[in-house]
Design a protein around this ligand. Structure first.
Ligand SMILES: Cc1ncc(COP(=O)(O)O)c(C=O)c1O
Length: 458
């Protein structure tokens, strides 16, 4: 691995509590790793969201933040940066991605309408359903196979998309491309696919948006994997990606390298005018949207840093370093490696645990117990229940995600993680599944509580 393009100015101590303390923390917190105190976690790979280390320039920006309620200079900074990088003239700040989802779906989705996309992220799906719409995943079949080596597993199946849209374009609220596709293993979407989806959406006059949480990582994959893009700059690739969109929604907690923030950015003034009053109601005045001036300033600076090529090169190579370590010791993982995380196939590693007893959650629990590592389940627990039948949706992919915070951990941390996973895998046959002690009604993975269940018992 090459050297990171930065050095460290401030360090934060971490410590590994004893195994018996870890077992106690699990029991006290209903085997839900979201409920743990971070002081009891050694290596935190729960998420790459809001966990980035900010740069000295961003911290300097924090001091420059303009805290005016209306017309903040820091808003101008983020709005001009969005326009310069992505090309959209209208920006509405929001406190984070789901704040934007709330505002957007409130206006765009009428009861019974569909939102079509590659694979909707959980908060996205929940907000579409909250607005009484239906979120439909149209990702290519290859995305559901962790072994197939396809360079753009986040692509939309354009036949499926065309078929669904042509049944009734007015039943479609909008089309959303999530780049990269978090729930499909951080897999990218190709420029060719973005262009094709654009053509289909335009043919039927349907709005096309991007969930741009990890758009810069997506652009990096296009540069590395798509013919014709190797000599283009990330900036040019981003410009082209966004030129096919009517707008985007972004959780800036990922590729804009901030701990909080987000925005909706649009081409169309009329749509902006419909969203802005709702934004005032739910998030805040259109020049701050639930953020302080200093947050806006850090977000503007982070947006520019997030598309620097040397940074992206280091970032993706670091994620792939962990992927390679796990692959070399025979752990079944999603391939090719994605942009922000490595995904372990829980179903395959723990075939004795049925999906309803959450094999990937069990793997997360054991990894914490073994070495204080906190990962997250992306499988049956996250998928929730079918709103019509009330039954568990058992997705084809049942994974443990090890997300890598940006600019936070070093190679030694990743070596340690691989060692812990290796030990857990050696005793995989003894690992027990889980069942609900309490099932939370919305986004159940966050607040539910579990107990261990012995699968071998009749
Ligand atoms: C693809 C995607 N969209 C939306 C969100 C929601 O963003 P936030 O956590 O800022 O609300 C996330 C969060 O992880 C995400 O990964």
């Amino acid at each position: 691995m090459e050297c990171p393009p930065f050095k460290i100015k401030s360090v934060e101590p971490i410590r590994l509590i004893s195994r018996s303390e870890r077992e106690n923390r699990l029991k006290e917190n209903g085997f839900n790793l979201f409920l743990l105190s971070s002081k009891d976690v050694y290596i935190d790979m729960l998420t790459d969201s809001g966990t980035s280390a900010m740069s000295n320039r961003q911290w300097a920006g924090i001091m420059l933040g303009d805290e005016s309620y209306a017309g903040s200079v820091s808003f101008d900074h983020i709005a001009t940066t969005v326009q310069e990088i992505m090309g959209f003239p209208y920006t509405l700040p929001v406190h984070q991605g789901r704040g934007g989802e709330h505002v957007l779906n409130n206006i765009l989705v009428k009861p019974g309408q569909y939102v079509l996309g590659n694979m909707h992220f959980d908060t996205t799906k929940a907000h579409i359903e909250y607005a009484k719409g239906r979120a439909v995943d149209c990702v290519i079949d290859e995305a559901y196979d962790t072994e197939i080596d396809h360079p753009f597993k986040g692509n939309i199946d354009t036949n499926k998309l065309s078929e669904l849209i042509s049944k009734g374009p007015d039943r479609i609220a909008y089309v959303l491309i999530t780049a990269t596709c978090n729930n499909a293993g951080g897999q990218p979407v190709s420029m060719e696919n973005i262009r094709d989806v654009h053509k289909i959406a335009k043919k039927h006059d349907v709005l096309l948006l991007m969930d741009a949480a990890r758009y810069a990582e997506n652009a990096y994959f296009i540069k590395k994997r798509e013919p014709g893009y190797g000599n283009k700059s990330i900036r040019d690739i981003v410009k082209e990606m966004m030129s096919y969109m009517d707008g985007c929604i972004m959780s800036a907690k990922k590729d804009a390298l901030v701990n909080i923030g987000g925005f909706i950015a649009l081409n169309d003034k009329d749509l902006y005018s419909k969203l802005a009053p709702v934004n005032i109601l739910m998030e805040g005045f259109p020049t701050y949207g639930g953020l302080s001036g200093r947050d806006l300033e850090a977000m503007a600076i982070g947006l520019s840093e997030g598309i620097e090529e040397r940074y992206l090169d280091y970032r993706i190579k670091q994620v792939h370093y962990l992927g390679q370590l796990l692959d070399d010791i025979g752990i079944p993982i999603m391939k090719p490696f994605g942009g922000h995380a490595i995904y372990i196939n829980g179903k395959k590693l723990l075939p004795h645990i049925p999906p309803e007893n959450f094999p990937s959650l069990a793997l997360c629990i054991e990894s914490y117990l073994e070495g204080g590592i906190r990962g997250v389940e992306i499988g049956t627990l996250l998928a929730g229940r079918d709103p019509e039948t009330g039954k568990n949706v058992c997705p084809k992919l049942d994974l443990m995600r090890l997300a890598i915070p940006r600019r936070v951990y070093m190679q030694e941390h990743l070596d340690y993680v691989a060692g812990v996973i290796k030990t857990v895998a050696k005793r995989s046959e003894e690992i027990q599944g889980l069942e609900f002690e309490y099932e939370s009604p919305i986004l159940r993975h966050f607040l539910s509580r579990f107990r261990r269940v012995d699968i071998s018992e009749p």
